[in-house]
Write a protein that binds this ligand. Structure first.
Ligand SMILES: [Cu+2]
Length: 185
């Protein structure tokens, strides 16, 4: 048992002795990576050419708070989609204010602060009281060569937060395709 864990257990016992509601404690805190570590989230946007449908996998995922999170999104959808609002072509809220865009499975090349509105396939967007994150994603050049978008982000408020795609692409009544939940622990 590490010193930190012993301290946590002792702290929990002390809190329990004062009848603090244990269910309200941040139960995941002890499993967070140490400050300065990097976490990774890999997302695939699949595409079915027979139906024209596309979907994010995973749509729901967990990230640690107060930690650099590197996202890698591979988009196999070759179709441009119209944005719900034109300014969602900008990159907002990422580390450095940029996304790196490439093609295929190689290392991304270009640092981008936005994409041309007519050259966007989907977006990864969070917009609420705590987060304003906008990541436009270009279409794949073919159905088998994905567009590659990588960006860093840091989440400093814990809780469950919605993300969504701000394009006119799929029926937004289907959870898990174009919207989902980021669980910050
Ligand atoms: Cu979309």
């Amino acid at each position: 048992m590490t010193a930190a864990l012993v301290l946590t257990v002792v702290s929990l016992m002390a809190l329990a002795s004062f009848s603090v509601a244990l269910y309200a404690l941040p139960v995941h805190a002890a499993t967070n990576p140490p400050a300065g570590a990097t976490s990774y989230v890999n997302i695939t946007i699949s595409y079915d050419p027979a139906t024209g449908t596309s979907w994010f996998t995973p749509a729901n995922f967990v990230v640690p708070a107060h930690t650099k999170v590197v996202f890698t999104i591979r988009n196999y959808d070759p179709v441009d989609s119209a944005l719900l609002v034109p300014w969602d072509n900008r990159v907002i809220g990422t580390l450095g204010g940029i996304e790196m865009v490439g093609t295929g499975n190689t290392t991304p090349e270009a640092d981008m602060t936005g994409l041309a509105p007519g050259a966007i396939s989907h977006t990864f967007t969070m917009f609420d009281a705590y987060y304003n994150l906008s990541v436009p994603i270009p279409p794949a050049s073919t159905g088998s060569t994905p567009a590659l978008v990588t960006f860093g982000a840091e989440f400093n408020t814990t809780g469950a937060f919605a993300w969504g795609c701000m394009c006119r692409c799929e029926d937004m009544s289907d959870p898990g395709m174009m919207y989902g939940t980021v669980d910050v622990i």
